[in-house]
Design a protein around this ligand. Structure first.
Ligand SMILES: [Zn+2]
Length: 140
C-alpha cells in the first residue's frame, strides 16, 4: 500500500488517499476515478509522497532520539490539554456542535476522539478542529 497526498487544482483541498501501488494511482487518474470530495473536481494532482509505514530497521539512533524528543514534547502538550480542556471522549463531534451553536458556551475548550468523517463534517459546518497524534500513557 502507498499513501499519496493529493491536491484538488480547483479548490486546493489536500487529502490523503491510499493506493495498492503507484500504477494504480495512474490508472485511476486516467479513468477519471479520482475526484475531490469537496467540489467533485477531477483535476487531482499528486503532491509529495508520504511514507506510509515507519520501518524500524530504517530508523537511525539519531532519529530515535529525535522521536523521543518529539514524544516528550507531545506529552507536555497533552498535559496542557488535560489541564485546560474538558475531555468529552467519543462525544467530541456532538459537544463541538453544541458549543458552536450555543453562544453561551463559546469559550469552552474540549478535546476528545472523532473519526475522519466527523472532522470533515464539522469543518464543512465551519467548526474548527485541530488534529494531533495522541500518545497513550501506558508507553511511559
Ligand atoms: Zn476540489
Amino acid at each position: 500500500m502507498i499513501k499519496y497526498k493529493l491536491i484538488c487544482k480547483d479548490c486546493n483541498n489536500i487529502f490523503d488517499s491510499w493506493f495498492s501501488n503507484s500504477k494504480e494511482y495512474e490508472k485511476l487518474k486516467k479513468k477519471k476515478y479520482l475526484n475531490c470530495h469537496i467540489c467533485d473536481s477531477q483535476k487531482i494532482e499528486k503532491t509529495l509522497m508520504a511514507p506510509n509505514v515507519l520501518n524500524s530497521s530504517d530508523i537511525k539512533s539519531k532519529d530515535i532520539n529525535k522521536i523521543k524528543e518529539i514524544k516528550s514534547k507531545l506529552r507536555e502538550f497533552q498535559k496542557f490539554i488535560k489541564d485546560n480542556f474538558k475531555y468529552v471522549g467519543t462525544n467530541f463531534a456532538h459537544e463541538a456542535r453544541s458549543i458552536h451553536y450555543d453562544p453561551k458556551k463559546k469559550n469552552k475548550a474540549i478535546y476528545g476522539k472523532a473519526s475522519q468523517k466527523e472532522i470533515e463534517d464539522l469543518n464543512q459546518e465551519g467548526i474548527k478542529t485541530d488534529e494531533f497524534p495522541w500518545i497513550e500513557d501506558k508507553e511511559n
